[in-house]
Ligand binder design. Structure first.
Ligand SMILES: Cc1cc2nc3c(=O)[nH]c(=O)nc-3n(C[C@H](O)[C@H](O)[C@H](O)COP(=O)(O)OP(=O)(O)OC[C@H]3O[C@@H](n4cnc5c(N)ncnc54)[C@H](O)[C@@H]3O)c2cc1C
Length: 298
């Protein structure tokens, strides 16, 4: 049996592993290589790593972990997590069950994109989800905001910081009268029709096409996505979730199930940033070390 099993080797899981390994805790970290930011070419906003690709970021993290004999990295999908007699049983897709005293869920989120034909081709190339991540690269450009979510007007307000040339596409969802007024006041055109297609080359957006053939020229933009948990281990184990759909934790990643920790996007949903996820992983690791010290004393 090992001290800790971490599921997910994004920034949250990797940083948790680093702190645990350096704290002399035997740690296995599992990952099935499906991070939500894999579609992008560059990540931004992480000091010393600004502009690094998500793939390189993760490789650098794994490289650093390899110097610690306390840490084992396994490229395996985890299928189930069970807790029996205070021991966690973590079963991988290979059929092998690993046992640990503690588990950290660092499984992240999945994004559900608006139902627009071929939007996947543009996602991560010229259409993004977070202005703090990619707003700088699109500054002052004619941007589309494609959002079926009622929160789209919040996104419009936010994006005003990066470009004043915005157009809102609700893809068939009617805007409330007060929101229409706000858009008119700000001089932002809005289109409530379903989007027929996106026009562009190699993922570089050129125009949004409406059913009557109107082509609204745009060179990029942001989309409102629905975020879902990437795994349902927390629900399976009976963890309390919050109103945002995140796993409820305290400041050190403790969930409502003793010995089960969660960190990164999975436990706060927003703001989702690499550096915040990494810091959250560090805090969960510190929480585990602290708890194990208390437990070994009692
Ligand atoms: C398109 C896009 C662009 C972004 N750009 C930026 C940016 O530029 N800067 C920035 O700071 N943030 C950016 N973000 C946000 C950032 O990607 C997240 O905040 C961050 O990745 C969260 O880290 P995490 O470790 O919590 O989860 P993730 O990075 O999503 O890692 C979770 C890991 O768990 C693994 N996993 C899940 N379930 C299982 C399982 N059952 N078995 C094994 N492994 C499993 C997944 O494969 C994945 O590797 C972006 C997000 C998106 C969607």
């Amino acid at each position: 049996m090992v001290d800790v099993i971490i599921i997910g080797a994004g920034p949250a899981g990797l940083n948790a592993a680093l702190v645990l390994g350096r704290s002399r805790k035997s740690t296995i970290i599992f990952d099935d290589d499906r991070p939500r930011n894999a579609v992008t070419q560059e990540s931004h906003g992480f000091i010393t790593r600004d502009g690094t690709s998500p793939k390189e970021f993760r490789q650098l993290g794994r490289q650093e972990l390899k110097q610690y004999p306390t840490i084992t990295i396994k490229n395996e999908h985890i299928q189930s997590v069970q807790k029996m007699d205070n021991v966690f049983h973590v079963t991988s897709v290979t059929g092998v069950t690993y046992r640990s005293k503690k588990v950290i869920l660092a499984t992240g989120l999945k994004d559900v994109l608006p139902s627009v034909p071929k939007i996947q081709e543009y996602y991560g190339r010229s259409l993004f989800v977070c202005p703090f991540c990619d707003g700088w690269e699109l500054r002052d450009q004619p941007l589309a905001i494609i959002s079926e979510e009622p929160s789209s007007t919040h996104m419009v307000q936010m994006l005003f910081n990066w470009s004043r040339d915005l157009a809102l596409f609700t893809n068939g969802r009617p805007l409330k009268p007060e929101l229409k007024e706000e858009m008119q006041r700000k001089g932002i055109p809005f289109y409530e029709q379903i989007i027929s297609e996106l026009k562009g080359i190699h993922g570089q957006l050129e125009a949004v096409i409406l059913p009557d053939g109107t082509a609204v020229k745009r060179s990029g933009g942001f989309i409102g996505v629905q975020q879902k948990q990437a795994s349902d281990f927390a629900q399976q184990l009976g963890c309390q979730m919050n109103e945002m759909g995140a796993i409820q934790t305290d400041d050190f990643g403790r969930t409502t199930i003793s010995g089960l920790f969660a960190c990164g996007d999975t436990s706060y949903i927003a703001p989702s940033q690499l550096i915040i996820a990494a810091a959250d992983g560090s805090k969960a690791a510190i929480g585990i070390v602290a708890d194990m010290l208390v437990e070994s004393d009692s």
